[in-house]
Design a protein around this ligand. Structure first.
Ligand SMILES: Nc1ncnc2c1ncn2[C@@H]1O[C@H](COP(=O)(O)OP(=O)(O)OP(=O)(O)O)[C@@H](O)[C@H]1O
Ligand SMILES: [Mg+2]
Length: 184
């Protein structure tokens, strides 16, 4: 069983596009894939384009709230960083439970687990942990999605040195090539 953590240098970069493209391609190749979006901000249960809904659709499921809840246990309506959204809505991200949630799916899944992060590498999950801490705690290979790394982003991306990082350049523009690069 092979897990990957999908992150990016910022929000709205193409993580979900890469995640869903990989799910689709891997399923075409006959692999059993599990994809998770454990923490999501700006979530609308009626939005068929939410990350959770898109991921469910990528493996052929009709998005329904209970299914979305199963792949996205920490959902926030407000489109803010999870620590700030949780401060307003309750249900803070419990870091150890988040890591355990991902590991449980790795134990259950048959071929590949993809976990999409939230925002960029340095987004706070709670007041003590960032996405980078999440990646390091899991210790999984990281797919870093980003068209380019600005000088501002580079130190953040360098933070992935503590993990096994596989940078994917221009991933959003070439989802099929991404699949080949990562899994050929
Ligand atoms: N190559 C591309 N061509 C056109 N649109 C793209 C491309 N890559 C991504 N997009 C669009 O850009 C938007 C952001 O992509 P996506 O939702 O995958 O980013 P994200 O990193 O997952 O964002 P978030 O931080 O909200 O999870 C989406 O509307 C997506 O369809
Ligand atoms: Mg996304």
């Amino acid at each position: 069983m092979q897990p990957f953590f999908i992150t990016s240098t910022g929000t709205n970069i193409g993580k979900t596009l890469v995640t869903t493209a990989l799910v689709w391609q891997l399923r075409q190749a006959g692999k059993m894939v599990t994809a998770l979006k454990p923490v999501i901000s700006g979530y609308d249960p009626n939005d068929a384009q939410s990350d959770s809904a898109l991921i469910l659709q990528s493996y052929g499921l009709t998005p329904a709230h209970d299914l979305a809840a199963s792949i996205s246990p920490w959902r926030y309506t407000i489109p803010l960083a999870p620590n700030m959204a949780a401060a307003k809505e309750g249900k803070p991200v419990e870091f150890e439970k988040l890591v355990a949630f991902c590991r449980e799916h790795m134990a259950l899944a048959s071929d590949i687990v993809l976990v999409e992060g939230v925002g960029g590498v340095m987004v706070p999950l709670d007041n003590a942990h960032t996405v980078l801490d999440w990646m390091v705690a899991l210790g999984w290979p990281v797919i870093l999605v980003g068209g380019y790394l600005s000088r501002r982003d580079q130190p953040y991306a360098d933070g992935t040195r503590g993990t096994q990082s596989a940078q994917v350049e221009n991933a959003g523009a070439h989802p099929q090539r991404v699949g080949r690069r990562c899994f050929a």
